[in-house]
Design a binder for this molecule. Structure first.
Ligand code: NAD
Ligand code: TYD
Length: 358
């Protein structure tokens, strides 16, 4: 591996992954960040990397559905590996408008596979690693876990589009012999996450004295993983995983949404007491929690069994939820410029249009 194309490198996990590879591994080659810069893409998340790794980090603005641009980038940078993060990633948006999810997540993945295969025919191609989600497996009851062998049962336009892309990646392995690996991961949290997802949204709304919206009864369960642990797992699969194989990645840290939100309020009381926050006008952070109308088709519980990657590749999580969530709250308190910039553009307009009650 000399020239890795990271798609969606300006997004939450992609930007953390690029930082992880440069700062925490022995990789000596180049990273080419290929990103369309949708509302969720932000080059400010990589400012430190741009200046520190000028000779090894390159950015290309492009759509993964644009074959001409993709193949041109493969040729120009002699791409020999792909780590594919680019996607439309938010379930609520997929309910309001699925089209972009079909275009990017399904068609875009197909275009990338086509370019990778073309490249593989003409030279050496190490691997296409596809980053996917545990949501492809559907929804669990109070017991049980998702295994790599669990049948697919996606229920939202987002998870259905990710499931389709997983199938395409596998088809390229079985039909054309392209070197591929897939990982299906549980919910991530950490620095640089776009504030439409539960954890950053709750932190920022609380600090601004706005309602913290909890869907339904707040008892839906997610298995939370600190983003850096996801990055270390993807790197291990890319380097040492076996072609054609799928690896589940999880936090082994199941929490009800209401527990997560209350925990955030407790940490905020410690780091920035509500009594010192002028936006709270005498309220406590927990007073802002508001149960709102449930998400349609809201999956009840996700829980990953990740024994395979632990046993076969020696991966394990480094951060437990209490440490990770505290670091995350602190990061959002300390990075006001990043937040103000991200919240001032398209996102502000979208929130106004779609979340009138917030
Ligand atoms: P994100 O929404 O923060 O970032 C997505 C990035 O992809 C953005 O930079 C965006 O500009 C880019 N992008 C979108 N459409 C594009 C296109 N057509 N062409 C090129 N670039 C495009 O997403 P994220 O949370 O970082 O998730 C990254 C990947 O990880 C996704 O594939 C997602 O399905 C998967 N995943 C996410 C989680 C999670 O909890 N966030 C968990 C498991 C798996
Ligand atoms: P989210 O961060 O959107 O991730 P995903 O839907 O991919 O799991 O949501 C995490 C959980 O939090 C999910 O059960 C929906 C819930 N949720 C709320 O209760 N309120 C919110 O405002 C959001 C965005 C999510």
């Amino acid at each position: 591996m000399n020239n890795i194309m990271v798609t969606g490198g300006a997004g939450f996990i992609g930007s953390n992954f690029i930082r992880y590879v440069f700062n925490n591994t022995d990789f000596k080659g180049n990273i080419i960040n290929y990103d369309k810069l949708t509302y969720a893409g932000n080059l400010e998340s990589l400012k430190d990397i741009e200046s520190k790794y000028k000779k090894r980090y390159f950015f290309v603005k492009g759509d993964i559905s644009d074959y001409k641009k993709v193949i041109e980038t493969f040729k120009k940078y002699k791409i020999d590996s792909v780590v594919h993060f680019a996607a439309e990633s938010h379930v609520d948006r997929s309910i309001l408008g699925p089209e972009d999810f079909i275009k990017t997540n399904i068609n875009g993945t197909f275009i990338l596979l086509k370019a990778a295969l073309e490249s593989a025919k003409n030279g050496s191609f190490y691997r296409f690693h596809h980053v996917s989600t545990d949501e492809v497996y559907g929804s669990l009851g109070p017991k049980g876990y998702f295994y790599e062998t669990t049948p697919y049962d996606p229920r939202s336009p987002y998870s259905a589009s990710k499931a389709s892309s997983d199938h395409l990646v596998r088809a390229y392995y079985h039909t054309y012999g392209l070197n591929v690996t897939i990982s299906n991961c549980s919910n991530n949290y950490g620095p640089y996450q776009f504030p439409e997802k539960l954890i950053p949204l709750s932190i920022l709304n609380a600090v601004e004295g706005k309602d913290i919206p909890v869907y339904g009864d707040g008892k839906n369960v997610r298995d939370w993983l600190y983003v850096q642990d996801h990055c270390s797992a993807v790197w291990l699969v890319l380097k040492n995983g076996e072609n054609g194989k799928t690896y589940n990645i999880g936090g082994e840290s199941e929490k009800k949404n209401i527990e997560v939100v209350k925990k955030i309020c407790d940490i905020l009381e410690e780091l920035y007491p509500s009594s010192e926050n002028p936006n709270l006008s005498g309220k406590k952070y927990k007073d802002l929690i508001k149960f709102v109308k449930d998400r349609p088709g809201h999956d009840r519980r996700y829980a990953i069994n990740c024994d395979k990657i632990k046993k076969e590749l020696g991966w394990k999580q480094k951060y437990d939820f209490d440490d990770g969530i505290k670091q995350t709250v602190k990061w959002y308190l300390d990075n006001k410029e990043w937040i103000n910039n991200i919240k001032s553009g398209e996102y502000k307009k979208w929130i106004k249009k779609n979340y009138i009650n917030r």
